[in-house]
Design a protein around this ligand. Sequence first.
Ligand SMILES: [Zn+2]
Length: 533
Amino acid sequence: MGRLILIVIFAWTLTSLGAQQDNRFPWPEGYKAALSLSFDDARLSNVDVGLDLFRKHDVQVTYYVLPGGVKQRLDGWKQAVADGHEIGNHTLVHPCSGNFPWARNKALENYTLTSMRAELIESNRQIMELLQVEPVSFAYSCGQTFVGKGKDTRSYVPLVDELFTSGRGWLDEAANDPWFLDFAQLQGIEMDGKEFEKEIKPILENAIENGSWVVLAGHEIGEGGNQTTRTGMLEDLIRYVKEEHPEIWFATVGEVAGFVRNGKNAFFQELTADLLFYSSFDQGPTADFSLGDAVINTARSYDQSQTGKPGIHVPEIEISTDGGRFGGALHFRNKTREVLYYNAKNNISYGDSGISGTISFWLSLNPEKDLEPGFCDPIQITDSGYNDGAYWVDFSDKNPRLFRMGVFGDLNEWNPDNISPDDNPKFTERLVVANDRPFDRGVWTHVAIVFDEINNPQAKASFYVNGIFQGERPVSESFTWDVEQARIYVGLNYVGKIDELAIFKKALNQEEIKRIYFRENAISEMLNRRKDP
Ligand SMILES: [Zn+2]
């Protein structure tokens, strides 16, 4: 019993370590984590104390300045630029909630997006005039990201996203996960008044383990006092990184943000090289990218899918130009007898051995409220039927609906007597039923079917919902298609929206699927990037 528990724990440790290795962001030059120090408000001590301290250790930090503060030590701030420190924007007058008595006459509650935009641009202009640098990094004053009050409250995160390459918060608790982070909402952890060994070191140890990016935030630099990052803490921290943990990349917010952005782009760039088929449903139903036929076809019924006509010829199914996961989406307003399909040839891997690939898409529906009685397959790819050489996901026929993945090889091998699914355990054991079922109207759920080494002895298929592994099963039987007849059916008996249907020629791993799920842009943006060099 004890040994069994030990083995289980050991196996779990191995799995979680394995996942962690995969998840590590590819930091430059073998670094395992990143650390940025940042200081707000252009306090006098940033120049008076900080300049010498950081020059002595050859460390570059990010100063989020107020132009007014810069004017008080202009030569010093010019020296800071010359020393390689980054100058970021921290607004012009430091507005905060009017609940701070000193901020009452510049309360964020009285701002609008227009007045905030004007202020951020003016601050950048003044910094440019004073220091000849254009800030690309921003820190929210008081870490507050709103303007206005009550029903007129707006987030100004989108504005920061538009004007800067990053926006940092304040009094946050987490390090930034490069794969997940929102550049416009970088987490900034307080370092004022902190002691290294007990309060900062654990954060860095954690970052090394997770491959994350720590952004520390402070104000004054000195021996003591309010809102002051202690020089002793900084000395300890710099020694720790430079002498004990050179695998931590010490760099400014702007430098790390730039690297993370490029690294993520490079990953998706590589991924698009493995793309066989992709429909964004932005301009219409024709695939944006395909190695086979790009056009969608309508057949009068599932049984007549050998005689479809190009285009969508069903009034209940349309492209809605917005409201997609990104851009438009394919919208099924009602269940229809007619079926839509793309030809599968060259749009999905197929061959005698070792077929691998990933089918990725987004669904938006409430299965219980939207679907009509009966089975529904948002995606089904086959040359003959759901139980004979097929990849699909379906919702079961009655409420509450189960969400299932089915991958079936040749019917004559796994079910030679063609026993009905209801009486056939071999059918059920070929399914993976999702534990996670986060579907709802107006909510987009990401789904991925991964097939790996089909037509080889180790063949298997795995199922993911919102980047979370739902299970896998071996595919022991052969998988044979008449490839000319193979179809990618979209929305069989479906009611709801489908978006971003992509088929890759590679079996993506869990972390890669998560990255697609976390991704803030459509795949089409990577394709456009690929076109212009
Ligand atoms: Zn501030």
